[in-house]
Design a binder for this molecule. Structure first.
Ligand code: SAH
Length: 256
């Protein structure tokens, strides 16, 4: 059995209780060495064999899994954040399927949630944006034409950009071309929840310069949108006149 486990965004105590229990029982751990906090590996038993997937190809990773399965070992594949985002788990699951090896996924706290916590931000504010677009600037990995940043920007929704810190000149160009105002609020969140976390606030027009001045070139998320400003409407859910399944509103007027 292979367990794909989300390691969380960085701080070692932001892995789930289930994920931690799986690490404690693992005979083999294959971790994404570029971003997973190595302190997490301290939970592993002393006999555990540990591999860094940053140095391996897909086939090498799968070979370790196949060999481990033959030896009836408990295998943990440790991915940064939550494995469902830019985790390249689908290709591993498909290979395991072919080999007849069973697997499970244990979710994790994605870095976009870690970043929101660090920014003390709410990505969905009434009257401002009720949608979060998680995407990336096209780099060596292509992005489908219909998902180009400029067309996504046209929604004026909150955007969280992964894997784009080295491409901020293009990010700015695309977002402006998509209709975002040059003074749209932005935040660059470097290593959210790690001890050396760094956060820079600014506006879209100065995005590349902000990163450069702060010396941020990788391992960051770019959050863009008016939710980072102070203007918004109060939520309907907690409004006094709003009736829900759990609470009777004081006045039924004005309800939808
Ligand atoms: N599955 C991961 C994302 C992997 S892609 C998740 O759910 O978070 C790798 C990219 O994630 C990095 O280039 C960076 O953009 C972002 N990232 C991962 N951890 C981060 C962190 N602690 N702070 C800021 N960005 C992070």
């Amino acid at each position: 059995m292979v367990h794909f486990v989300g390691a969380g965004p960085g701080a070692p105590d932001l892995i789930t209780v289930r994920g931690q229990a799986l690490l404690k029982e693992a005979d083999i751990i294959i971790y994404a060495g570029s971003l997973v906090n190595k302190e997490l590996l301290e939970a592993a038993p002393s006999h555990c064999r540990i591999y860094n997937s940053a140095l391996m190809t897909l086939e090498e990773v799968v070979d370790v899994m196949i060999q481990g399965e033959k030896e009836e070992k408990k295998i943990v594949r440790l991915h940064t954040g939550d494995p469902c985002l830019y985790g390249a788990i689908r290709e591993q699951m498909d290979r395991l399927e072919e080999e007849g090896i069973s697997y499970e996924v244990c979710p994790g706290v994605s870095s976009f949630c870690g970043a929101a916590a660090s920014l003390q931000a709410e990505y969905t504010l009434p009257g401002i944006s009720q949608t979060v677009i998680i995407t990336r600037m096209e780099g060596r990995t292509p992005v489908p034409e219909r998902e180009k940043l400029r067309s996504l920007a046209a929604h004026q929704s909150t955007m969280v950009l992964f894997l784009s810190t080295g491409l901020l000149v293009q990010v700015r160009e695309e977002l402006l071309a998509g209709g975002l105002a040059p003074d749209t609020p932005c935040a660059i969140c470097y290593k959210a929840t790690w001890e050396d976390e760094k956060i820079v606030w600014g506006v879209l027009d100065e995005l590349p310069e902000l990163a450069e001045r702060a010396g941020i070139r990788k391992t960051a998320l770019i959050v863009v949108g008016k939710v980072l400003e102070s203007e918004y409407e109060l939520s309907r859910l907690y409004a006094a006149d709003f009736t829900t399944e759990f609470r009777q509103g004081r006045k039924d007027e004005g309800q939808k």
